[in-house]
Design a protein around this ligand. Structure first.
Ligand code: GLU
Length: 438
């Protein structure tokens, strides 16, 4: 129970019937940030009353995901553990005449008569405040006397949600837009059991980049997949908070604490929110930068085999990744191999456009001479560049030198520029590769 009338209490109430995707976690993040911004309490309630579809695996995944992105809950409930209270209110409603037992033939055509419990609908207009959509009024007549329990022992979703929110002292229900149509039913039940109506905030849909709805069944990935791809949890928190919300300024990169400080519902957009993987990668890259050199190096090394842990290749790797898992792909694709072993390539690859092979050969010889003159201790990108550019600029086209040098060093059609590679390889290895090319 919430005894402090001013205290904000929000909840995230997932049903563990599938892997939750970005849309689900967006709801969790907004409910969490709203509570924390207001010095309130954030509840996690696992709505596990659908025994046939619930899976422990899904519940574990929700807990793991929330922990990973740093959403700590103040209280934890499991809906199934409150079933006695659901029954208590069900009986109370029947006694008071706001609900009744209805004997009806089972839908399966078996002829079995079931005692289901229906809500006695007063057929009225229900108005509620929605912090995002404004006031919403709906007439309940069309809902008829809707079912609230399969029988006296099995209360259904709407009743369970209302009783739980009441008893847990929830003041603000922040949830997906798909629940708007449930709200009038739930408000009628609140009134019947004497529960106050909380504030509502129904969040706009989350659509994919293709403007189609993300759903548990289609397209959307569980949050733990992003973890496994090597995203940073702080970037996921930041990126997902921006799905349908912005602080009203240009600032986009936020830490956890900054999000708590800045979040409010008035800046949640009304139109559907777009989730884009590329934008999430951008958030991730920004958060990677924020780790700072030393930490970044440590993390990147964590993805590299021991023989590749060379400090000098860190900037090259960093430039080409947006999440740490990309390093695995670079290694698998052999993109880093040339740093550690002589590349193999077809000799024709050394030729630049229509430049005759003899010319390429003499250019490479000049390059070797120039590089030999650099002292081993001074063999760094800048000096290498100066030496080679002096030759390149004297040629008809710079490519006549820079292309064969780059290829001789990397053996790849695409690679960082030759000066950086030479610096990383060191003087001896660089000269040996150029020699081999000749
Ligand atoms: N358990 C419901 C769901 O997973 C949410 C109920 C609610 O937020 O009121 O969609």
């Amino acid at each position: 129970m919430n005894n402090d009338p001013k205290k904000v209490v929000t909840r995230f109430a997932p049903s563990p019937t599938g892997f939750l995707h970005i849309g689900g976690y967006r709801t969790a993040i907004f409910a969490y940030l709203y509570a924390k911004h207001n010095g309130g309490e954030f509840i996690l309630r696992i709505e596990d009353t659908d025994r046939e579809r619930n899976k422990k695996e899904y519940e574990d995944n929700i807990l793991e995901s929330l922990k990973w992105i740093g959403l700590e809950y103040d209280k934890f409930y499991r809906q199934s553990e409150n079933v006695n209270r659901h029954k208590f209110f069900l009986e109370k409603m029947i006694k008071e005449g706001t609900a009744y037992i209805s004997k009806e033939a089972a839908k399966d055509g078996s002829g079995i008569i079931k005692e289901i419990v229906r809500f006695k609908n007063p057929n009225i207009d229900v108005t509620f405040v929605d912090e995002i959509k404004g006031d919403i009024t709906m007439n309940t007549t069309d809902l008829g006397d809707f079912v609230i329990a399969k029988n006296l022992n099995e209360p259904l979703f709407h009743l369970a949600v209302v009783v739980d929110d009441f008893e847990e002292g929830v003041t603000h229900i922040i949830r997906g837009e798909d629940h708007v149509s449930n709200t009038p039913r739930q408000i009628l039940i609140q009134r019947a059991i004497g529960a106050p109506t909380p504030m509502y905030a129904h969040l706009p849909l989350v659509l994919g980049g293709d403007k189609l709805k993300l759903s548990k069944r289609r397209g959307a990935l569980p949050i733990t997949t992003y973890r496994d791809l090597g995203f940073l949890p702080e970037a996921i928190l930041n990126g997902v908070a921006f799905v349908g919300w912005n602080p009203g300024t240009d600032k986009e990169i936020f830490t956890h604490d900054e999000l708590v400080g800045a979040f409010n519902l008035s800046k949640v957009q009304k139109s559907p929110a777009i989730f884009s993987e590329e934008k999430l990668e951008w958030f991730n890259k920004e958060h990677m930068k924020m780790l700072g050199g030393e930490e970044l190096e440590k993390r990147i090394f964590g993805y590299l085999p021991e023989n590749m842990r060379n400090r000098k290749i860190i900037p090259i790797i960093f430039e080409r990744i947006s999440k740490f898992g990309d390093i695995r792909k670079m290694i698998e694709a052999g993109e880093l191999d040339f740093f550690f072993k002589q590349p193999k390539y077809a000799k024709e690859k050394l030729i630049f456009k229509t430049t005759p092979p003899e010319k390429i050969k003499s250019n490479l010889e000049q390059a070797i001479k120039a590089l030999e003159n650099i002292d081993e201790n001074d063999f760094i990108t800048e000096n290498i560049k100066n030496a080679l550019m002096l030759i390149a600029d004297s040629l008809e086209s710079r490519g006549e030198l820079l292309h064969p040098v780059r290829f001789a060093l990397s053996g790849l059609d695409k690679s960082p520029d030759p000066f950086i590679i030479a610096d990383i390889l060191g003087k001896n290895e660089t000269l040996s590769r150029l020699q081999k090319a000749i």
